[in-house]
Design a protein around this ligand. Structure first.
Ligand SMILES: O=c1[nH]c(=O)c2[nH]c(=O)[nH]c2[nH]1
Length: 301
């Protein structure tokens, strides 16, 4: 029975790289979680145990820390692209590299109305992400960048309705014209190219997503997310498509009538499970081919 090695990749997952810029008394911080993986002609390592083509995962980890010092972290996308190209050059058997980076946000601690020079507090609003996939080098090189934000928890205390839905013998859900809408967003967008002002693009897209969540009167989480994605594509030509994965964090009105207490939309039970899970893509008709841009990005349809 012929048996052979199928798709494979290997690398170092979740190196926690913290880069402090201390060239002036006003320090800056970039706090990263870096994962790299190489794919290519690595049959020998798997089938016979010959490691001559294998750039160790330990080396990949070291490189992430060394590059944080030598090249710095201008943006997570630039950092991931630089690392990926380096690994493909350093390991001749590597035909492609995947570098995923999460960035944890820090804010300066406010002291007497001003941000402190070297004291920070983790800020709660979302983790920035990128997944870079590079194939080849030289003129045949292709690079795909999928960036995004995860754990962006948002809530509207009104301005959300849900009614007119299909009903059958198992339907018990009441129609509503006023409910809480809450979700913890995972959003990922694919850039059409790599000539992007990465930090500026991220900041603007995050602000736009939040603004549109606030502005859109919701008839369903699906319609809110579609509207958010549509605005991103309208205002950001550098984005080819955007994907959402959003748990509908149900808030149930508590029945206080047994205690003779009225509850006009004021006290809710925030249920953690089960949750509706809404996933969608908003894309341009003429978006460039995704290639393997979504390779290794779990949880998206
Ligand atoms: O925004 C919603 N979309 C649904 O598809 C759905 N289904 C459900 O039970 N509640 C909701 N809410």
């Amino acid at each position: 029975m012929p048996i052979r090695l199928g798709p494979n990749q290997y690398g170092k997952a979740e190196s926690r790289v913290v880069r402090i810029y201390r060239d002036t008394p006003r320090h800056r911080i970039r706090d990263l979680n870096v994962s790299s993986a190489l794919r290519g002609r690595f049959e020998d390592a798997h089938v016979s145990g010959d490691q001559r083509d294998v750039l160790p995962t330990d080396t990949q980890k070291n490189t992430a820390f060394a590059f944080a010092k030598d090249k710095g972290v201008t943006s997570i996308e630039e950092f991931a692209l630089t690392l990926g190209d380096h690994f493909i050059a350093a390991a001749p058997a590597a035909e492609g590299a995947r570098v995923a980076v999460q960035e944890y946000p820090w804010e300066r601690i406010e002291v007497d109305g001003a941000g402190h020079d070297h004291s920070f507090v983790r800020s709660g609003a979302g983790v920035r992400t990128t997944v870079v996939n590079i194939d080849g080098s030289g003129p045949d090189r292709t690079a795909h960048v999928v960036s995004g934000i995860e754990d962006l928890t948002v809530l509207k205390s009104t301005g959300s309705e849900f009614h007119g839905f299909l009903k059958d013998e198992y339907t018990t859900l009441q129609e509503t014209t006023d409910r809480i809408l809450a979700t913890s967003l995972v959003v990922r967008w694919r850039y059409a190219h790599t000539d992007v002002a990465w930090d500026k693009s991220y900041d603007a897209i995050k602000a736009l997503l939040l603004r549109r969540f606030a502005e859109i009167h919701s008839y369903a989480l699906q319609q809110t997310l579609y509207g958010m994605g549509e605005s991103v594509l309208e205002q950001h030509p550098e984005v080819a498509e955007i994907k959402f994965s959003a748990p509908n964090k149900h808030h149930f009105l508590v029945d206080l009538s047994p205690f003779g207490v009225d509850n006009p939309g004021e006290v809710f039970h925030a249920a953690d499970r089960p949750y509706g899970l809404i996933e969608l893509t908003v894309q341009r008709d003429d978006a460039p081919d995704p290639g393997n841009a979504w390779h290794g990005v779990p949880g998206f349809c």
